[in-house]
Design a binder for this molecule. Structure first.
Ligand code: NAD
Length: 322
């Protein structure tokens, strides 16, 4: 039986990835600094470890039954735009340490295949209508935020270890990912979850606040599609980074209208000052398409799965507060 280690298995994408790997019949160890928040882990074994410490990276990889066949590194100090703009030093410090120590330990212990979760935040800002950017467009580098710089650095760490140790490294640059069991409140939530929460909290005909003027263009990828992309990329021969994203580009206001539609509510938008990030995104998915990957959820399909889950969380929260 193949053995996989998922770092960040207590988080959103990591939790879904564990389930996907279990479906393949693998033995899975999950590692995180915290327990999963919304559903019990499906991992065969779950270790609570702070992966900023090198000895904990070794402990995560240590196994009496031999080296892990596959390591998926998704642990990061991470959040939406609000968090990214206010926690620069935490991101640069914590995520870099995790990646430096985890990549080094995996290579030293002879892990044959290593996955690193990067982000499209490595790219510069774009204007709406610009031609699609390929993976090579990340250089010369000019990410909009420190989160993107850390990802770019950690990609290079992984590629350097691949060259030195012959470890097969696979790197995905994720577009915005959303779905059930993702952070939906507390300051680390991303735009789709924040919009679902705000709309679940207001009455029909109510008003919600949206950061910026609502014109920023994004692509949102449903978590089941993302996890499928990770799996296919990991088992492909694609070296170097590969974008994974749903090629449907919408403005932030269009995201709000989609959520309102699914919720069956009429919503007014009040645009306010806030961290928006880049103006536009338009990336080529040609590399990941060569693995046979394609997204099965356009925005409305994915929001139809996500909104009811967030609405139920909001209701639970309200009942607990009553
Ligand atoms: P998440 O925050 O839900 O998961 C990250 C997990 O890492 C968390 O459970 C957290 O507790 C864990 N972690 C943080 N510090 C740790 C430490 N010191 N030791 C051990 N574990 C630690 O985020 P996610 O959305 O599931 O993202 C997973 C990965 O994908 C991250 O690397 C993220 O940067 C990347 N990514 C996500 C998105 C997205 O839209 N969600 C987009 C681009 C890239």
């Amino acid at each position: 039986m193949k053995k996989a280690l998922v770092c960040g298995a207590g988080g959103f994408i990591g939790g879904h990835l564990v389930r996907r790997l279990k479906k393949e019949g693998m033995w899975v160890r999950g590692v995180d600094i915290k327990q999963p928040e919304f559903a019990p882990t499906q991992a065969d074994e779950f270790l609570l470890l702070d992966l900023r410490q090198p000895e904990n990276c070794l402990a995560a990889l240590n196994s009496e039954t031999g080296t892990f066949d596959e390591v998926y590194q998704l642990a990061a100090d991470m959040g939406g735009m609000g968090f990214i703009h206010s926690a620069e030093t935490e991101i640069m410090h914590n995520s870099a340490l995790i990646n430096i120590h985890m990549t080094h330990s995996a290579a030293e212990l002879g892990v044959p295949r290593y996955f690193f979760s990067s982000s499209v935040c490595v790219y510069r800002d774009m204007q709406p209508g610009e031609p699609e950017m390929t993976e090579a467009g990340a250089i010369p580098a000019n990410p909009d935020n420190e989160y993107g710089w850390e990802k770019l650095y950690s990609e290079r760490v992984a590629m350097a270890y691949a060259r030195r140790y012959g470890m097969q490294v696979r790197i995905a640059r994720f577009q915005n990912c959303y779905g059930p069991e993702g952070t939906w409140r507390g300051g680390r939530e991303k735009a789709p979850a924040a919009m679902c929460r705000k709309i679940a909290e207001v009455q029909d005909g109510g008003t919600i606040e949206v950061w910026g003027d609502g014109t920023a263009i994004r692509s949102y990828t449903y978590v089941a599609d993302m996890v499928e992309g990770i799996f296919l990329l990991m088992h492909s021969d694609l070296e170097g980074p590969a974008n994974i994203g749903c090629p449907q580009y919408v403005s932030v206001d269009e995201l709000v209208h989609t959520v309102a539609d699914v919720a069956g509510k009429r919503i007014h938008i009040k645009h306010i000052e806030g961290p928006v990030g880049v103006q536009s995104r338009n990336f080529s998915n040609a590399r990941i398409f060569t693995t046979g990957w394609k997204p099965n959820h356009f925005l409305k399909d994915g929001i139809s799965e996500t909104y009811p889950w967030i609405e139920s969380q909001v209701k639970k929260d309200r009942q607990a507060g009553e």
